[in-house]
Design a protein around this ligand. Structure first.
Ligand SMILES: Cc1cc2nc3c(=O)[nH]c(=O)nc-3n(C[C@H](O)[C@H](O)[C@H](O)COP(=O)(O)OP(=O)(O)OC[C@H]3O[C@@H](n4cnc5c(N)ncnc54)[C@H](O)[C@@H]3O)c2cc1C
Length: 158
């Protein structure tokens, strides 16, 4: 088990979006000491999402509400959450050493990296001002929906 200034952990998870928190839920439920490091607000891209209509079990929920529910569920099983940005991960013997922007160093035998992604911009005029208003970067959901509705999938506003 690795050690650091705030505790001893067997797993360090980098990023607390839906993927990281799902990993934290299962690790915590298995009683594996787990540290989750998130540079922003737990929930990841869900904070940029208005309506979620395709998450199994929820016919309609707002992104931030789903983020809250997921975090509550993950914390219930005991994972430790800290706000910090991971700047490097290195192997040192059996340990993985995770260093953060605040100068902390955490060690554990296993690291799960779930840092998600960001939408790639088109580089067209007005993109920053109109993002989230008249078009969405959610291609996984809005693109196929636009095709089904015979709309131009590049402009997937609701
Ligand atoms: C506008 C929009 C609408 C969407 N609508 C839907 C929908 O309706 N239904 C649906 O199922 N999906 C939707 N999605 C997609 C969904 O939000 C993503 O698939 C999901 O959030 C991905 O989860 P993730 O945990 O992999 O990554 P992310 O949500 O990207 O989380 C990654 C986390 O890692 C953190 N992180 C990154 N780097 C570091 C670092 N160095 N140190 C510490 N932390 C770090 C980030 O701050 C972030 O919190 C939508 C996405 C967008 C942008």
């Amino acid at each position: 088990m690795g050690t650091n200034g705030t505790g001893s952990y067997e797993i360090i998870i980098v990023g607390a979006g839906p993927a990281g928190q799902t990993a934290a839920l299962y690790a915590g439920r298995s009683r594996i000491p787990t540290l989750v490091l998130e540079k922003g607000i737990p929930g990841g891209q869900l904070w940029n999402t208005a309506e979620v209509e395709d998450y199994p079990g929820f016919e309609h929920i707002m992104g931030p509400d789903l983020a809250d529910k997921i975090q509550h569920h993950a914390q219930k099983f005991g994972a430790t959450f800290e706000t910090d940005e991971v700047v490097s991960i290195a192997a040192e013997g059996d340990d993985r050493v995770v260093r953060t922007a605040s100068g902390n160093e955490h060690r554990a035998p296993a690291v799960i990296v779930t840092v998600g992604g960001e939408a790639r911009k088109l580089g067209v005029p007005g993109e920053d001002e109109l993002a989230g208003k008249v078009f969405s970067s959610d291609d996984a959901k809005e693109g196929p929906k636009a095709f089904a509705e015979k709309r131009d999938p590049r402009w997937t506003g609701r």
